[in-house]
Design a protein around this ligand. Sequence first.
Ligand SMILES: *Cc1c(COP(=O)(O)O)cnc(C)c1O
Length: 378
Amino acid sequence: MTEKIIPTRTTRAVIDLSACRHNLQQAKLAAPDSRLIAVIKANAYGHGMLNIAHALNETDMFAVARVEEAVMLRESGIKKPILLLEGFTSEAELILVSRYDLDCVVHHESQIQILEKSNSKTSNEIKINAWLKIDTGMHRLGFVIEEVESTYKRLSLLNKFKQPLQIMTHLANADDKNDQTTLNQIDIFNQKIETIKKINSDPNTIEFSIANSAGILGWPLSHSNWNRPGILLYGVSPFINELADEHNLKPVMTLKSQIISIKKLNKGEPVGYAGEYICEKNMRIGIVAIGYGDGYPRHAKTGTPVLINNKRSQLLGRVSMDMICVDLTDLNDTKIYDSVTLWGKGLPVEEVAAHAGTIAYDLLCGVTKRVEFIYTEK
Ligand SMILES: *Cc1c(COP(=O)(O)O)cnc(C)c1O
């Protein structure tokens, strides 16, 4: 009998679920009076939506961007409320929203028309929970300030909602603690809330939501009934120029691979495609089995940090689809098949992102299916 051999893949993303729970707790500690909407859109920022959702028992609600994501959560047994950050885009989606009992952001006139249309068909008993989105300066989704009151009144007339309409907005610049735009947005929001409360017969039933991760950790005035942590759950700082451990956050994803070749090169010899890096001296080079085909950023430059046996080294030359080259010159004891960490524990993804001219969100979301995901509980 031959035994079936299942190889473990060289390139892995190790996902620490206990770190994710720890990070959720930090959001709670920073704003103890607010309830939490854990944002797990885009496959939980690349970490695996279902695994993350099932690990976050302590959240009060989840949020995703698309109806398909929410349906997947419901079908996997998630019973908590789920907020659709972009709402629905058609009557067919509205039917799913109702069937799967989803909370919905209403941010555009066309959605009200869809609701009104479905209202006229009495056979279709559609009832949802809705969150009216106000554009306080981000200028992406949401009703402009001048339309909020009339929109609120118009929605209130529809007999479509299981609960009172809730109100939300999104912060555009909260990642920069010196940018006053955030206070401005909060101000505009609070003023609108006052007018809405005046036209509501039962104003205390309305609930509000403003804060994303940066709001939660850096802008106490943005805390309200519901906060919406995203990136902080994954152990990444939401602020420019600040690292996660300054906020007691723990990295959730550690991306790892192995050295699959080692070679000695002489001063003046090129490394990789287009010879973008030329050896400055006689060097020892390691070839690591990870590339942009795995989601390692192709724009990472020479000098991007990597960890080899927990010691720092650097990327040399261009990132290929399946491989990168790293400097082993000063790491004499490194051997073939030694482990390499591309980001995560011991090497903040924020740092790697800066070297690649992007943000941590982008790198985390970009890890591809070729990478093996391993979930750990500690
Ligand atoms: C993605 C998103 C969040 C979470 O933002 P983070 O910066 O990751 O905390 C919150 N609210 C809305 C509307 C979003 O789209």
